[in-house]
Design a protein around this ligand. Structure first.
Ligand code: GLU
Length: 547
C-alpha cells in the first residue's frame, strides 16, 4: 500500500506543512525549572459547572505557585453542543472567582503565542498529524455507516464481548488499497481511525499525580481521530494541543480516567512527551440515604451561574473549594482567616483521591463568616454589584440613598456592636432581608388578639418620640406593657406566667411586627431611628388601622 499517496487522497489540506514547522512555531516554553503549564479546556456548551471551577482552582494555583501559567482552550469540536456566548459565560463565571488566565481564547492583553486556542481553528495541525499517522500505517479510513456500527454493537452485546471497533471487529482495518480507492471513488463518507497497536491482554501502570499508581488495560480500540467532516475527536485534538501548547500538567475530572489508555497510546504513537495527569475526584452530595455525584438535572448548585445569581460571595466559594481540594487547607484557614488565599501553599499531593462531599449548608456557613468580615462600605459594593445584574427594579432602588443603606447595613451586620451579626448568607438573601426598610407592604401576623395589639400599638404611637434615646424609648415600651397588664418585671413573670397575658418582650414583638412585618430583627429602637419619625409613625398607624 502506498500510504503517502493514501494520506494525500484522504486529507487534501493544502495548508498542511512539514511537521518541523509546527515544532518550531510552537517551541518549548522558556520558563523556570519546575514551572507548570496548565490549562482549562471546557467545551462551549454554555454550561459551566462547579466541577470546572474545582479543577480550575487547582490548575490555577499550581501554575501560578510554580511560576508557570494557565491558559484557556475552547474545545469546540462538537458543533452540536456549541452554544452562542458560551465563551463569555466561561470567562464571566471564572472571573467572578478571580481565576486568572495568562493566555488563551479571548484573553485580552496576553501574548497568546500558542494561538489559536479554539480547536476549530486548528484544523491544519490535526490534519498534519492525521496524515502523518496514515503515512506510517498507523491510521486508516473507515467507511462503516452508522447502521453498520450499531449492528456491530448489537452483535458484540449479544456475544457478551466488549463493544467497539477493534481487532477482528474492525472491518475497515484490513481493506485493500483497491477497496479503499473504490470507496473513495464512490464518494462514500469516511472517518479516520487510529490503527491501535495495543492489546486488551496487556496492562500498563500509569502514575496519576493525584491518585498515585493506576494499572489500566492497554487501549486496543481503533478510535476515530478525524470525523467525516475532517474535524478531530476530543481524544486526538487534545493530544496535539497539549503537546503544541506545551502543557506540562493536566488536572481534570476523573470521568476522563476511562479514556486515559487511548490518550497514552495517542501520545506515544505521535511521538509526543505526555504531560503529567492528575484526575480529580468528583463532587458528590448526600441525597437521602445515598451519596451520589452532583447532577446537572437534579442539582441547581452544580451550575456556576447559580452562585452568581444567588450572590454567593466569591471568596467563600473559593474557601470551600479549597477546603475540599486540599486536606490541609482548613487548618491553614483557621490560622489565617483573613489571609490572601494565594498565600496558602497548594499541593497536588494533598488532593483527595476519592469523591469530595459537597454540602451547600457548609458553604453557607463559610459565606456567613466571610460576609461578617466586611465593612458596611464593602457590603454596599458587594450588594450593588449583585443588584446591578440580578436585582429587581425595586431592589436597584435601594441604592438611591447611600447613607440610608449604609446605616441599615451597619445595623444588620452588627458593626460597632459587641459581636458581629451573621445574618447574611448571600447577596440575594441579604437584599430580601433588608426589604422592610424600603417597603411597607408586608403582612403582619401577631400572636395576640387584634384588640390587645391595637391598644398596645396605639398607646405606643401616642407616646413615641423620635428624640428618645434607647433607654427612654424602652421605658415607654414598658409603660405601654404595664398599662395593658403585661409583666415588666421578669422575675414576677417567671414566678407565675399565667397571671399575665404576656411580658414586655411580647409587647416589643407587636411593635416589631407592626414596624417590619417580622418577629425577629436587629435592635428595634435603631430600626426606628433609621426609618425616621415619619415612616415609623406611618407604619404604626397603618398597622393600627389594619386591625
Ligand atoms: N473538553 C473537555 C471537557 O469539556 C476537557 C477535558 C480535559 O480537560 O482534558 O471536559
Amino acid at each position: 500500500m502506498d500510504w503517502n499517496k493514501l494520506a494525500e487522497a484522504l486529507i487534501p489540506d493544502e495548508n498542511v506543512k512539514p511537521l518541523d514547522y509546527y515544532e518550531e512555531k510552537y517551541p518549548e516554553r522558556d520558563l523556570p525549572k519546575g514551572a507548570q503549564v496548565t490549562r482549562l479546556a471546557p467545551s462551549p456548551t454554555g454550561f459551566i459547572h462547579l466541577g470546572n471551577l474545582f479543577v480550575a482552582i487547582a490548575n490555577e494555583r499550581i501554575a501560578h505557585q510554580s511560576g508557570g501559567l494557565m491558559y484557556l482552550r475552547i474545545e469546540d469540536t462538537d458543533l452540536k453542543r456549541k452554544v452562542d456566548g458560551a465563551v463569555d459565560a466561561v470567562k464571566n463565571a471564572l472571573r467572578y472567582f478571580d481565576i486568572r488566565f495568562d493566555e488563551g481564547a479571548e484573553i485580552e492583553g496576553a501574548e497568546n503565542a500558542y494561538a489559536p486556542y479554539y480547536q476549530r481553528e486548528r484544523a491544519e495541525l490535526y490534519h498534519a498529524y492525521a496524515k502523518e499517522l496514515i503515512k506510517r500505517g498507523l491510521a486508516y479510513p473507515c467507511f462503516c455507516t452508522e447502521d453498520e456500527l450499531s449492528a456491530l454493537r448489537e452483535k458484540q452485546t449479544a456475544e457478551k464481548k466488549i463493544t467497539g471497533y477493534y481487532g477482528e471487529y474492525a472491518a475497515c482495518r484490513n481493506l485493500t488499497e483497491e477497496q479503499i480507492y473504490e470507496n473513495l471513488k464512490a464518494r462514500k463518507p469516511y472517518v479516520i481511525r487510529l490503527r491501535s497497536q495495543g492489546s486488551a491482554e496487556n496492562k500498563l501502570t500509569f502514575r496519576d499525580e493525584i491518585k498515585g499508581d493506576i494499572t489500566v488495560t492497554e487501549n486496543d480500540q481503533d478510535v476515530v481521530i478525524l470525523k467525516s467532516d475532517g474535524i478531530p475527536t476530543y481524544h486526538f485534538a487534545h493530544a496535539i494541543d497539549d503537546h503544541f501548547m506545551r502543557t506540562t500538567l493536566v488536572i481534570r475530572g476523573e470521568e476522563w480516567l476511562a479514556s486515559l489508555p487511548i490518550h497514552i497510546e495517542l501520545f506515544d504513537l505521535l511521538g509526543f512527551r505526555r504531560p503529567k495527569y492528575g484526575h480529580n475526584c468528583s463532587l458528590q452530595k448526600i441525597d437521602g440515604d445515598t451519596r451520589r455525584k452532583l447532577s446537572k438535572r437534579k442539582d441547581p448548585e452544580l451550575s456556576l451561574e447559580f452562585y452568581r445569581q444567588e450572590g454567593y460571595y466569591a471568596r467563600a466559594v473559593k474557601v470551600y473549594m479549597l477546603t475540599l481540594l486540599n486536606s490541609n487547607f482548613e487548618e491553614w484557614y483557621l490560622k489565617n482567616p483573613d489571609g490572601a488565599l494565594e498565600d496558602f501553599k497548594f499541593s497536588i499531593g494533598k488532593m483527595g483521591k476519592s469523591g469530595a462531599l459537597f454540602d451547600l449548608n457548609k458553604l453557607s456557613d463559610i459565606s456567613k463568616n466571610e460576609l461578617a468580615k466586611l465593612s458596611a462600605e464593602e457590603m454596599y459594593d458587594f450588594l450593588k454589584t449583585w443588584a446591578d445584574e440580578f436585582g429587581t427594579d425595586v431592589q436597584k432602588g435601594y441604592f438611591a440613598d447611600k447613607e440610608y443603606l449604609l446605616k441599615i447595613l451597619t445595623l444588620c451586620m452588627g458593626i460597632g456592636g459587641k459581636k458581629r451579626r451573621k445574618d447574611f448568607t448571600t447577596a440575594k438573601q441579604a437584599m430580601e432581608m433588608i426589604a422592610y426598610f424600603f417597603d411597607d407592604s408586608f403582612e403582619c401576623a401577631y400572636r395576640f388578639d387584634a384588640a390587645t395589639v391595637k391598644t398596645v400599638l396605639s398607646g405606643f404611637a401616642a407616646a413615641y418620640d423620635y428624640a428618645d434615646d434607647c433607654s427612654a424609648w424602652f421605658d415607654k415600651v414598658k409603660a405601654v406593657a404595664a398599662a395593658n397588664g403585661f409583666a415588666t418585671d421578669m422575675k414576677a413573670y417567671k414566678a407565675d406566667p399565667t397571671a399575665f397575658p404576656g411580658n414586655v418582650s411580647d409587647v416589643a414583638e407587636m411593635l416589631r411586627i407592626a414596624t417590619t412585618g417580622l418577629s425577629n430583627t436587629p435592635d428595634l429602637w435603631t430600626i426606628m431611628q433609621i426609618l425616621g419619625k415619619e415612616k415609623t409613625l406611618a407604619r404604626l398607624n397603618k398597622a393600627i388601622s389594619a386591625l
